[in-house]
Design a protein around this ligand. Sequence first.
Ligand code: ATP
Ligand code: MG
Length: 240
Amino acid sequence: MPKLITIKNPKSPISEAYRGIRTSIQFSDLDKEMKVITVTSSKQNEGKTTVITNLATTFANLDKKVLVIDGDLRNPGVHRMFGISNLHGLTDVLVDNTTFVDCVNCTDTKNLHVLTCGVVPPNPSEMLASQRMKEFIDNLKDNYDYIFIDAPPIGIVTDAGVISSYSDGCILVIGANETDIETAKLAKERLDSVGAKIIGTVLNKFAVKTNGHDYYAYYYQGRKSKKANRKMNKKEKSMA
Ligand SMILES: Nc1ncnc2c1ncn2[C@@H]1O[C@H](COP(=O)(O)OP(=O)(O)OP(=O)(O)O)[C@@H](O)[C@H]1O
Ligand SMILES: [Mg+2]
């Protein structure tokens, strides 16, 4: 059974928050195609896998063809979110143990496919940086509207930076009680230093009080596109 709230309870406020993040991403850069999106955080446990899998589900609900790939080859978790097996996946495809068609998983959500990690390899960074991987992602672009790639924490290993090099955008998840501002800033600097395009940050796991009850929430802060900024400037000038 999937653990995703956007599947189990699509009408909940949390699912609504994910739809808000989806809208922000759709408007994040009108000048550039946003097809391959990755996620990272500064440390472990901030909510990367939770965010990327739920987000992918909300995009599939728009009738878009969506693929989620588990690119966290060190600590894969996407298969658990969907309640599916991780017997074969990305690493098996890359070493020719099997084909993509044979190990991609369909889900109960229409248009949502999942490629799990597969066998955890001894050389994750090399695999992710290989020409084979880049070509694999490139070929998938013809078959999907969106490809979401889960990645390990950038504050700990460089893999997310490598994945960012063939992604159109990267989301930085910040776990409210998991990390501090300096560590989060360092993660941003690391992504900037490899030229990753950060399309927004998700502040995750912060407690919101409603009617005396706490619930954990998400907050997305996106970057405005140049086009959106120009539009805004024009509007401001015409109002002056
Ligand atoms: N908004 C939230 N509210 C409450 N719990 C959350 C929230 N987001 C994630 N979690 C929980 O936090 C834990 C870590 O989440 P998740 O596995 O998505 O993080 P991660 O960043 O992918 O971790 P890792 O670095 O180990 O891959 C899980 O138990 C998940 O259910
Ligand atoms: Mg994870």
